[in-house]
Design a protein around this ligand. Structure first.
Ligand code: PMP
Length: 307
C-alpha cells in the first residue's frame, strides 16, 4: 500500500497496479450499472497474525445467483475466484480488516444496442482497508424513507447488482439531509424492507424478527448468521415475518446487519428513541457472538485463512 491506495487490484484474470484497474466508460457495467457484485469482509486476528475471510463460499454462491438472474456467463469457477482473492490479499500484504468487492460486469456487446444481451463480460476484484464503523458502538439514528424499496416485479432486490443501489442512494441521501445516519425503506405493501445496504431486525418480548426474502430485501448472509447464532446461544426465538412500521417504534431494540455494517444498533427511528435510546443488551450479545465467530475464534467451516 502507498498512502491510502492499495498497491494492486485484479482485473480479468491478472493482478494489476491499482491505477490500471480500468474498464471502458461505455461498457454496460460502467454506464448502466449492469453488473453483479459481492462485498466480503476479511478480519485481522492480531494474536494469530492471520487474516480470515468470512463466508466467502456463501458470497460466491449469491454472486452466482445474481449472475444467473442477469443471464451473465459464469466465466470463472469458485476455485478461480477464491484463488484470485487470496492472491490479491497476499500481494497487498494486508494486516488489517479489509472489504473485498467482486464485480462481474457486462462489457460492450457486439452491436450498437446499449441494452443488448452480450456474452462479453469481465470481472474486477478490489480490496480496501475497512475499519469498523463508529456506529457499531454508538448506534445509528434512522429515518423512514419517503422512497419505497424496489420490488421483485420491477428491480428485484434479491439480485445484487450495482443498478439497484440507485434506490439505496436516494434513501440514504434523503436520510442524511434530514439529520439521520441511515434510512429504513418500506416496501410497496408499506411493511418494513431493509436499510440501504443492510438487513434489519427488531427485538420485542423475547422474539427477534426480520422481514422474509419476499418483503423486498437482499437475502442477507449476516442475518442468516444472526439467526444461527441466536438458535445456538441465546434464549430467544428468531422469526421471519412481515413487520409493520409502528412495530419499529415499539420495539425494545432495532438492529441492522450486513457484511459492511456488521451488527449495528439503531437507537432512534424518526426521532423516537428505541427502548432507552441506547444500544440494547440483545444487540450487544449478538455483536459479541459475531465478533467471536468472524475474528477471535474463526472456524474452517465459515472462515478462510489468507496467510
Ligand atoms: N441489503 C442490502 C441492500 C445490502 O446491500 C446488504 C449488504 N450486502 C445487505 C442487505 C446485507 O447482506 P449481507 O449480510 O449478505 O452482507
Amino acid at each position: 500500500m502507498s498512502g491510502n491506495t492499495p498497491a494492486y487490484a485484479w482485473l480479468n484474470g491478472t493482478i494489476v497496479p491499482w491505477d490500471q484497474c480500468l474498464i471502458h466508460a461505455r461498457t454496460q457495467g460502467a454506464f448502466w450499472g449492469a453488473n453483479a457484485f459481492e462485498g466480503v469482509r476479511a478480519y485481522w486476528n492480531n494474536s494469530d497474525r492471520q487474516l480470515y475471510i468470512y463466508r466467502l463460499e456463501d458470497h460466491i454462491a449469491r454472486l452466482r445467483a445474481s449472475m444467473h438472474c442477469l443471464d451473465m456467463p459464469q466465466t470463472y469457477s469458485d476455485t478461480e475466484i477464491t484463488a484470485a482473492i487470496l492472491e490479491l490479499l497476499r500481494a497487498n500484504r494486508y494486516e488489517e480488516d479489509v472489504h473485498i468487492v467482486i464485480v462481474p460486469y457486462f462489457a460492450m456487446g457486439r452491436n450498437f444496442d446499449p441494452l443488448c444481451h452480450t456474452e462479453d463480460t469481465g470481472m474486477h476484484i478490489t480490496v480496501l482497508p475497512m475499519p469498523r464503523s463508529p456506529r457499531y458502538h454508538q448506534g445509528a439514528k434512522a429515518g423512514i424513507s419517503s422512497w419505497r424499496r424496489i420490488s421483485d416485479d420491477t428491480m428485484p432486490p434479491r439480485i445484487k447488482t450495482g443498478a439497484n443501489y440507485h434506490n439505496s442512494r436516494l434513501a440514504q441521501h434523503e436520510a442524511v439531509r434530514n439529520g439521520h445516519d441511515t434510512a429504513i425503506l418500506l416496501n410497496h405493501r408499506a411493511t418494513v424492507a431493509e436499510c440501504p445496504g443492510s438487513c434489519l431486525a427488531i427485538y420485542r418480548d423475547g422474539v427477534l424478527s426480520t422481514p422474509p426474502g419476499t418483503s423486498g430485501v437482499l437475502e442477507g448472509i449476516t442475518i442468516n448468521a444472526v439467526a444461527r447464532l441466536t438458535a445456538e446461544h441465546l434464549p430467544l426465538r428468531f422469526e421471519r415475518r412481515e413487520i409493520d412500521r409502528t412495530e419499529l417504534y415499539l420495539a425494545d431494540e432495532v438492529l441492522t446487519c450486513g457484511t459492511l455494517a456488521e451488527i449495528q444498533p439503531i437507537v432512534s427511528v424518526d426521532g423516537k428513541a428505541i427502548g432507552k435510546g441506547q444500544p440494547g443488551p440483545t444487540t450487544r450479545m449478538l455483536q459479541e457472538l459475531y465478533e467471536a465467530e468472524v475474528r477471535l475464534n474463526p472456524t474452517e467451516k465459515y472462515s478462510l485463512a489468507v496467510y
